[in-house]
Design a protein around this ligand. Structure first.
Ligand code: HXC
Length: 257
């Protein structure tokens, strides 16, 4: 709990994570990514936490990776630091991560948003990859995740011009799930997370696993993978409980086992 770049708390079944370097618009330092991974993995291992909500403190979600930290780094520094190993761990989290974006989500901040499972955005949110203006390019999945999400030509246009798109445009492109008035952003994200918290946790978990496989696998392989996960759930107590509750016309009580 001794984090310096993020704030975490538990609210009922929700693990709340706030990016907390408001003076630099939550510029993502290496330390911040390390703390994010620790927080997410901690919540992943808490039986009582059913979903995670990630949002930014101050006037932005995150305006990118920390430029001051990177400016003088070399290729070999990156290799030796294994720059993206913590980023890779972010995508191994099993519980649902709901991202709530306001203000800027740029560069690494946009990549962090893209590594969430569901995105809520305030109407004032702006998304973009300004790396082309710095002589670099996205490195934490931007060119890959955005392309798989919105297609090659739209991704190229956006990452090449380096311009910010509005939340509304991001919603139309399918990058954002829901648009929300800024003052309601975190509450709406929490409400959706609470809805997920009432579902069978193992179902949510294996759905995320299967949907993520759809991005990488062929349809045939993906269907085989889905099937195995479907079979797997019939070993859970929650499957017995869920179907029994239906037959007995009552609400199920899921325990995540
Ligand atoms: C370090 C940053 C920062 C960043 C903002 N700040 N973004 N510091 N890294 N990415 C700091 C500013 O230097 C400033 O510090 C303070 O935050 C407030 O920002 P301002 O620029 O004064 O605010 P504003 O005029 O409103 O402009 C907002 C902005 C601008 C348009 C978002 O800050 C901006 O262009 N930021 C950089 C965006 C960017 O290029 N991101 C991509 C980074 S590369 P002081 O001390 O002056 O008050 C990247 C690669 C990812 O992300 C690779 C994988 C990890």
């Amino acid at each position: 709990d001794n984090f310096s770049h993020i704030l975490i708390s538990v609210e009922g079944p929700l693990g709340m994570v706030q990016l907390n370097r408001p003076k630099v618009l939550n510029a993502i330092s290496r330390e911040m990514v390390g703390e994010l991974v620790s927080a997410f993995e901690h919540f992943d291992n808490c039986d009582d936490v059913r979903a995670i909500v990630l949002y930014g403190g101050g006037r932005a979600f995150a305006a990118g990776a920390d430029i001051d930290e990177m400016a003088n780094e070399s290729t070999i520094d990156f290799e030796l630091l294994n720059q993206f190993s913590d980023w890779d761990r972010l995508s191994k989290v099993k519980k649902p991560i709901i991202g709530a974006v306001h203000g800027f989500a740029l560069g690494g901040g946009f990549e962090l948003a893209l590594s969430c499972d569901i995105l809520f955005a305030a109407e004032d949110a702006k998304f973009g990859f300004p790396e082309v203006n710095l002589g670099v390019m996205p490195g934490a999945g931007g060119t890959q995740r955005l392309t798989k999400l919105i297609g090659r030509t739209r991704a190229l246009e956006w990452i090449w011009d380096g311009e910010m798109r509005t939340a509304k445009e991001a919603k139309e492109l399918g990058v954002v799930n829901r648009l929300v008035a800024p003052e309601l952003l975190v509450d709406e994200a929490k409400k959706y997370a609470m809805k997920l918290a009432s579902k069978a946790p193992l179902s949510l978990r294996l759905i995320k696993d299967s949907v993520n496989k759809a991005v990488d696998y062929s349809l045939y392989e993906g269907m085989q993978y889905e099937r195995k996960n479907f079979y797997l759930l019939f070993s859970s107590e929650d499957q017995k409980e869920g179907m029994k509750a239906f037959i007995e016309k009552r609400k199920p009580h899921f325990r995540g086992r």
